[in-house]
Design a protein around this ligand. Structure first.
Ligand SMILES: C[S@@+](CC[C@H](N)C(=O)[O-])C[C@H]1O[C@@H](n2cnc3c(N)ncnc32)[C@H](O)[C@@H]1O
Length: 216
């Protein structure tokens, strides 16, 4: 099992997804062949749906990898005026920058080579949607800063929060992942019990957390 659902459920959902975008498929294939983790197909479909509902103008993404999700978001939601994406690996940054240029999105997508937490500390911008997809052990730290960078009615989306099922089942936890698992569990417990937020964990792909502050 790769993600948090049975393989047959995942395969079935994926079999229904019509591959409308051959250029993005080339990027996904590159990611698969080079073992670069990018958003799961069914999670991408779900986020495309959410993007249509939220209609964000300004988006922040933490963790660009090869730029796949940033390009997919901008391609699928014309309302996005600007998407800022932050990546710590120079190799990934360069690949993402090239892909963004190849897709002609250099005017809409700004990529920064920086640690996501440092970026959050520095930026003065506010966003309608923040997609957290960088270091899993840092989600709580990212979130504490990201929530201050959110416009009223803004939404934070965190990917991989069920972390291959390890979050929900001790038997699945790999020894070298224990710290990340503990941190993710603590993060989820805090968010879910915090009365300032409306949140939901969606068991799709590798698990997606949706959070909105209850202030408007
Ligand atoms: C799961 S991948 C992102 C996938 C991408 N969002 C997509 O779906 O196409 C996570 C990325 O976060 C980057 N990353 C890890 N720690 C980071 C940090 N502290 N700051 C910024 N990026 C980080 C990794 O180098 C990796 O490329």
């Amino acid at each position: 099992m790769v993600n948090v659902n049975y393989d047959f459920i995942e395969d079935y959902i994926r079999s229904l997804i019509v591959k409308k975008d051959e250029d993005l498929e080339v990027l996904r294939k590159y990611a698969e062949e080079n073992h670069v983790p990018i958003i799961e197909e069914e999670s991408e479909e779900f986020l495309k749906f959410l993007l249509k509902l939220i209609e964000p103008k300004k988006v922040l993404e933490l963790g660009s990898a090869i730029g796949y999700s940033a390009i997919s978001f901008v391609k699928n939601q014309n309302a996005i005026e600007n998407l800022v994406t932050v990546e710590i690996s120079e190799k990934m940054y360069k690949l993402a920058k090239k892909n963004i240029e190849d897709f002609g999105f250099q005017d809409k997508i700004n990529i920064y080579l920086e640690d996501a937490y440092v970026f959050l500390q520095k930026t003065l911008d506010k966003f309608d949607l923040i997609f957290i997809d960088a270091a899993k052990g840092q989600y709580e730290n990212y979130f504490s800063l990201a929530i201050e960078k959110l416009n009223p009615r803004g939404v934070i989306i965190c990917d991989n929060v069920l972390f291959k099922g390890m979050i929900a089942n001790d038997d699945l936890v790999k020894k070298r992942k224990i710290t990340i698992v503990r941190r993710l569990r603590s993060f989820l417990e805090k968010i879910e019990s915090d009365k300032r937020f409306t949140s939901s964990i969606v068991p799709i792909g590798d698990g997606i957390l949706l959070v909105r502050r209850d202030n408007g």
